[in-house]
Design a protein around this ligand. Structure first.
Ligand SMILES: NC(=O)c1ccc[n+]([C@@H]2O[C@H](COP(=O)([O-])OP(=O)(O)OC[C@H]3O[C@@H](n4cnc5c(N)ncnc54)[C@H](O)[C@@H]3O)[C@@H](O)[C@H]2O)c1
Ligand SMILES: [Zn+2]
Length: 409
């Protein structure tokens, strides 16, 4: 006889069971919440012998069981550019965590890791081979694409291992590394397969930025412009005044911008009340409905950051054509992106109606009714739920004229 059942739901079991299709007899609804700690560190040369940013957190979580190990995945271009990285990492773990030397794997960098499903399978297999338990760490080192793909594998293995992201691009440091999203592309759609899962620790290693190509250096600043337009007009003004210094990689100017952008994204996750995007609104996705579509349409010739710059320009132009955003603010936004070095037009934009299909895909991905952030002033955001197709087409074709004018001038 199971007494606990009796006490658990006395009323329900006391009565004779009556099966009915009319309506449910019993319903339990209860809201619940879970606590997460988001940890973000800014440092340089994570694996220098004296740098304890990583070891401090990992060792706090110990003592490790025999099985709690570490699987590490490094973006191939990071491994290539940083001399002796693997041996530095091995020395670092020998010094601080001798019981837990990581199994190191080099993985393809860039969107390729998210596009080819084979990569995901290989990462899962590597994690499985390490025989990690649920309290084990997976460390991903690289750009946003590597962090997304490795994060996805880490968050589904054993239903979620502890993920450490070490971000090595301007874009991942300014935005994606502190997001709680992980995923890969599937069925020709960006991030179609993925999960919401908070990382255990995020490290922005600022020294790694030095080896980025000029293109990938620039990419993250479009996300910084985006978050500035939505949340921080003073940051926008600072970026606007310094766009040439950003382009020429002046670190004294650029690093504070990335740090501020990271902080705004971090606060959005921890303070905004909807980290897992259960509501309709997606307040940080200014310019993103078209950006995701442009990435696909260009066969990923455009990087995420480059596509976001165009997406911002389109949405700002649309806001201007709708009479929401004044000419001065509109002009400053386009000038800022253009002077920083972003191309604000790509030939796939000739297929403007296909691009508009990005709106449906965005809505499908987000769920609920169409909700897109727009601005009526730099730093003032509001949601729109309907798009005037003709005006949006006009905004897209405006970018071609803008581009022609800029390239001839
Ligand atoms: N999870 C999120 O919320 C979120 C948010 C924004 C963007 N993203 C995703 O992030 C990805 C873009 O990330 P990204 O802009 O960092 O580009 P990326 O990861 O594609 O990296 C760009 C290139 O730089 C190389 N690289 C990385 N670090 C380097 C370094 N230190 N030195 C030299 N080369 C280096 C990479 O190998 C790659 O070739 C997209 O897939 C995008 O969808 C995710
Ligand atoms: Zn983005």
């Amino acid at each position: 006889m199971n007494n606990s059942l009796k006490y658990a739901d006395q009323e329900a079991i006391a009565k004779p069971i009556e099966l009915t299709t009319a309506a449910y007899k019993i319903a339990y609804d209860a809201a619940f919440s879970c606590r997460f700690t988001h940890r973000l560190r800014f440092t340089a040369n994570t694996f220098a012998p004296e740098n304890e940013a990583l070891s401090e957190i990992l060792s706090k979580e110990g003592p490790y069981s025999r099985r709690a190990g570490i699987a590490m995945f490094i973006d191939t271009n990071v491994a290539r550019k940083q001399v002796n990285l693997v041996s530095k990492i091995n020395d670092y773990f020998k010094k601080y965590l001798p019981e837990n030397s990581p199994k190191i794997h080099i993985v393809p960098g860039g969107e390729q890791i998210k596009n080819d499903r084979q990569n995901f399978r290989l990462i899962m297999e590597a994690i499985e081979k390490c025989r990690l338990c649920r309290k084990s760490f997976v460390i991903a080192i690289g750009g946003g694409a590597v962090l997304d793909a490795v994060g996805f594998a880490a968050s589904v293995a054993h239903r979620g291992l502890r993920l450490v992201r070490i971000a090595t691009t301007t874009l991942s440091q300014a935005d994606s590394a502190m997001a709680v999203k992980n995923g890969i592309n599937a069925f020709g759609k960006k991030n179609y397969m993925g999960v919401f899962a908070a990382p255990w620790l995020v490290i922005n290693d600022e020294a790694t930025l030095e080896t980025l190509t000029p293109r990938h250096w620039l990419a993250g600043f479009s996300e910084a412009v985006k978050v500035a337009l939505l949340k921080d007009p003073l940051l926008f003004e600072y970026i606007y005044r310094n766009c040439h210094r950003i382009r020429s990689r002046n670190l004294n100017v650029s690093i504070p911008i990335i740090r501020r952008s990271a902080r705004l994204h971090f606060d959005h996750i921890t303070l905004n009340g909807d980290p897992f995007e259960q509501n309709d609104a997606r307040p940080l996705d200014f310019g993103h409905w078209s950006a995701h579509k442009l990435e696909q349409m260009s066969g990923f010739e455009l990087s995420h950051g480059e596509a976001v710059a165009i997406g911002i320009a389109i949405d700002a132009t649309y806001a201007n054509l709708m009479g929401w955003l004044c000419d001065t603010d509109h002009g400053k936004i386009l000038e800022c992106l253009n002077e920083m070095g972003f191309e604000l037009y790509h030939r796939v934009m000739q297929h403007a109606r296909t691009l508009l299909g990005g709106l449906d895909e965005f809505q499908e991905h987000l769920g609920g009714r169409l909700t897109i952030p727009s601005i009526n002033k730099i730093g003032r955001v509001f949601d729109i739920h309907k798009i005037d197709t003709n005006r949006m087409l006009a905004a897209i074709s405006y970018m071609e004229r803008f581009n022609r004018h800029e390239s001839s001038g």
